[in-house]
Write a protein that binds this ligand. Sequence first.
Ligand SMILES: Cc1ncc(COP(=O)(O)O)c(C=O)c1O
Length: 385
Amino acid sequence: MIIDKLKIITSNFDIPPDRIDLSIGQPGTSLLPLAALAQAAEHCLTQDNSYILAYGAEQGNWYFHHALAGFLSEQYKLSVDPDYLFTTTGISQGLDFICRLFTRPGDTIFVEKPTYSLALGIFADCRLNLVGLPMDENGVVIEAIEEELAHQTPAFFYTIPTFHNPTGCTLSAARRKKLVQLSREHNFLIVADEVYQLLAYSGTPPPSMAKYTDSATVLSLGSFSKILAPGLRLGWIQTHPDLMKSLTTNGLVYSGGGLNPFTSAIVQSAFELGLQEKQLFHLQKVYWKRQNALNSALRENLNDSVSFVESGGGFFTWLQLPQRVDTEKLIPEAHQHDVSFAPGSFFSPRRDLKNYMRLSFAYYEEPELVVGAKRLAAVINRQLF
Ligand SMILES: Cc1ncc(COP(=O)(O)O)c(C=O)c1O
């Protein structure tokens, strides 16, 4: 079927058709809003606004930022100033850009341990030294940051504060405040990757780190990848004018203008037509069901010595297995049983955390998630006896 081929091409995974690959942390194709974007594109392209096809303003399109600020103010329950917004082509590009502008090869940055595996690649490209800081169920441990700060100051601390990838944990409000205080006292930046901030399914997480952008140490990065479509390659950085200056005065935007003016104009229409809000609401409902389906099946089928925290948002469930298990070594057997997962070592700068694995409930529908959980539980349980 064409759609199966597309799945493989667009997800960059070579997945055999019968395998349920719980490592895939992206929306399934049935959740990509083709009709809504066709409507937004038609609306956008019939507005007599040919400027959207010209080079864009360095910071991004002001009309788009105005619409985005309105949406974020409502969703974050905070007042977001359009002048604090910079358009990116997604968080990955935003991270790469921040590394280039605010660090030099050989600089040290702090990251959570574990952290987003693919950010590790961006930091490696920029030849940064990484210090991994421990987390508990309330996010990064502040005492561990303080201890490390006694020895060295990082160029920045990269954090995924809400519904963290891979653990699903959320940084508490008190720790957020303390973190900002430390960044001011020790003069380092906080790079907050808030890709899952709006994907809350039960309860309300603490406010986005955008709350602290009046401190010129905080950059809050958002993306449309998980709330609309990753193929748009569109995101934003929200930050103080002092830091904005570096984002808008550099060779890249001088040469090419602001990033992605055309797509941002289409998404502006999606805001104006209420389509983004509708899609977000739809996704929250769908993912909530998928998360429950996966986690219930895991609870029913897994040995008691395997544990995980219920996150109530985001894309992931992070399993902790007994210390003696190396999950990377379970992959061949998992593949024999038509299931897969991401081993814990992928998410650590030192490739430890071997007794963990990350599962995503975003890509598959509930029946497949249940089958996948059963297959995986059988592989894990066999290993434990
Ligand atoms: C924590 C985190 N940051 C960034 C990304 C990628 O974001 P984007 O598509 O906006 O580059 C992902 C995608 O999985 C992610 O989990």
